[in-house]
Write a protein that binds this ligand. Structure first.
Ligand SMILES: [Zn+2]
Ligand SMILES: [Zn+2]
Length: 123
């Protein structure tokens, strides 16, 4: 790793910086392309995730750990082996065509008018 902040920048440092800028830009463009073209559609639907969660939120830091959360649909308690918790359980996501991860429409359809609603909490 080059000593980044120590002047003078050598030619190799400028080139390295340029390479990094290009790699970073290419990564974003690749993700944007995948987001738009949905090349892993079957896999995505098997995971019951929307395009945003599947292509953009992926690859982030997921810490192993133990997380519990309640499904926003049916309130069933779900358990996860990472610190990342889904919003809905798989059966609810399937039944209502939701992204299990963010709880939005599985196809990110903003025109959708019907979402399942929980019965009002009494407490
Ligand atoms: Zn549920
Ligand atoms: Zn989602």
């Amino acid at each position: 790793m080059a000593a980044y902040l120590t002047p003078p920048f050598l030619e190799t440092d400028y080139k390295l910086a340029t390479d990094r800028a290009n790699t970073s830009a290419a990564g974003i463009l690749d993700r944007a392309k995948r987001l738009q073209e949905d090349p892993q559609r079957a896999e995505r639907l098997a995971e019951q995730e929307c395009r945003s969660c599947f292509y953009l939120a992926r690859g982030g830091m997921v810490q192993p750990g133990f997380t519990k959360s309640d499904c926003v649909c049916c309130s069933k308690t779900m358990e996860f082996s990472t610190t990342r918790a889904d919003r809905t359980c798989m059966p609810c996501a399937h039944e209502h065509q939701l992204c299990k991860r963010c709880g939005g429409d599985i196809e990110m359809n903003k025109d959708r008018t019907h979402y399942p609603s929980q019965t009002p909490q009494t407490a």
